[in-house]
Ligand binder design. Structure first.
Ligand SMILES: [Zn+2]
Length: 131
């Protein structure tokens, strides 16, 4: 399982550049086995919130250093990142086929889509309440 710190560091600059203009709305927080999962609606096109973007942390007191689970329903995450993140234990197979992304992510590098980057600021504020 990877931390948010690691996933942010691995995220290509080309992805981060696409974040301005993206919108987020916190839908809620739920607990899985005692750890918080933050659920957002996100979108980067005309303010339409098309995707569900989630971040869960196993040890919230450790902030972004905590092992984490990430997921987004956008096509980029589904076809480029879901396999790579799930293989590291930091996501789960939901939308994608359990198939190696040999064209879109040939080294199966786990990192964050622009929607996951978009929600980080709010997640950091929420995690600060645990420390
Ligand atoms: Zn996404």
């Amino acid at each position: 399982m990877l931390s948010l710190t690691t996933l942010v560091a691995k995220t290509p600059k080309a992805v981060v550049k696409r974040v301005p203009g993206c919108k987020r709305k916190l839908l809620g927080t739920y607990d899985v086995k005692g750890y918080p999962v933050f659920v957002f609606a996100t979108g980067c096109s005309k303010g339409v919130l098309s995707y569900i973007t989630q971040i869960g942390t196993v040890k919230p007191k450790r902030g972004f250093g905590s092992p984490c689970i990430v997921h987004c329903t956008c096509p980029f995450f589904t076809y480029t990142l879901e396999y790579a993140c799930a293989k590291q234990g930091s996501s789960y197979f939901y939308n994608a086929l359990r198939r190696y992304p040999k064209i879109r992510n040939p080294r199966a590098m786990p990192y964050l889509c622009k929607h996951l980057i978009t929600v980080l600021q709010t997640v950091r504020q929420k995690l600060n309440r645990y420390s």
